[in-house]
Write a protein that binds this ligand. Structure first.
Ligand SMILES: [Fe+2]
Length: 295
């Protein structure tokens, strides 16, 4: 399988790089596509959404509908070939999580997504085992926060491109199978999730697509302690803190959502309007958005 993400294939990389930079979206307004009913997209709406995903691995839709439930999210995803929901241990039974501030005492409260705190740059499911990689996701906003709760978004292919242009050794180090380790998580019953060691960047051997696992957290992650890994991690941190035109800043409002091939994202802290607490549905899938090939 020829892939531009092969460090030994410079010609394929340069061809892909040209195409990527000529087509990648840098104007956040261009990322947004208005749609009527997420459950039944028109051909034109579907084409417009897919166009953004092919160019930048993500799209923000703005739906004119007051139907927003888990079923709507599932039906929307199915139109992009997304069917294999990841069974998150905290998700409701159907595999779609209700991301909201948890008032109850319990496990959810211990996890940042269920608080009003900021979440640093990451891709979803960076702690998942290789057979349960999160390749795409949908984040649908039912209710936005009283204040805050913005997201920054960066196509992980652009992050790869910028790092590789800077120094191919950064990619080499971050592709090592022991680059990052997420320690095991324990609860009162013992080990709830085994430690996961793996690369940041990996390439699907069949499709040639690029996958990225990353978290900017400094706790509950152990980077390989050698000079090339630490230099690569520092370069990535610098990139994410920069004002790169490919980093989008946005806030999802009710009816809006993000469909993406698990791009890099973060979330700012927020404060809820007590009568209308922030609520997002989050669906994570094991397949990429159909029709988004890497070259
Ligand atoms: Fe996330």
């Amino acid at each position: 399988m020829q892939t531009p993400f092969d460090l030994d294939n410079t010609a394929a990389y340069l061809r892909w790089r040209d195409h990527k930079l000529n087509n990648a979206i840098t104007d956040t307004n261009e990322l947004i596509v208005e749609i009527k009913d997420p459950r039944a997209l028109t051909q034109a709406e579907h084409a417009a959404l897919l166009d953004r995903c092919r160019r930048s691995n993500m799209v923000i839709y703005a739906a004119h509908t007051d139907v927003d439930d888990e079923d709507m999210v599932r039906q929307f995803g199915a139109q992009f070939g997304l069917n294999s929901l990841d069974a998150n241990w905290l998700a409701d039974e159907d595999g779609i999580s209700r991301v909201t501030v948890s008032a109850e005492d319990g496990q959810r409260q211990a996890y940042i997504p269920y608080t009003d705190r900021a979440i640093k740059w990451h891709t979803d499911g960076y702690y998942n085992p290789p057979d349960r990689q999160i390749c795409s996701m949908i984040l649908h906003c039912v209710q936005s926060a009283g204040q805050g709760g913005e997201n920054r978004l960066l196509d992980h292919e652009i992050a790869y491109l910028m790092l590789r242009d800077n120094n191919a050794d950064f990619i080499r180090a971050l592709s090592e199978p022991d680059a990052m380790t997420i320690p095991e998580r324990t609860d009162e019953n013992g080990v709830a999730r085994a430690a996961q060691t793996g690369p940041v960047f990996s390439v699907d051997p069949i499709s040639g697509a690029l996958h990225m696992r990353y978290t900017a957290r400094t706790r509950s992650i152990v980077w390989k302690q050698d000079a090339s890994t630490l230099a690569a991690v520092a370069a990535l941190e610098k990139l994410l803190a920069s004002d790169l035109s490919h980093i989008h800043r946005t806030r999802l409002e009710p009816g809006m959502g993000l469909l993406c091939n698990n791009v890099l994202h973060d979330r700012s802290a927020f404060s809820d309007d007590p009568d209308h607490p922030r609520l997002l549905y989050r669906a994570r899938y094991h397949e990429r958005i159909a029709g988004t090939h890497c070259s």
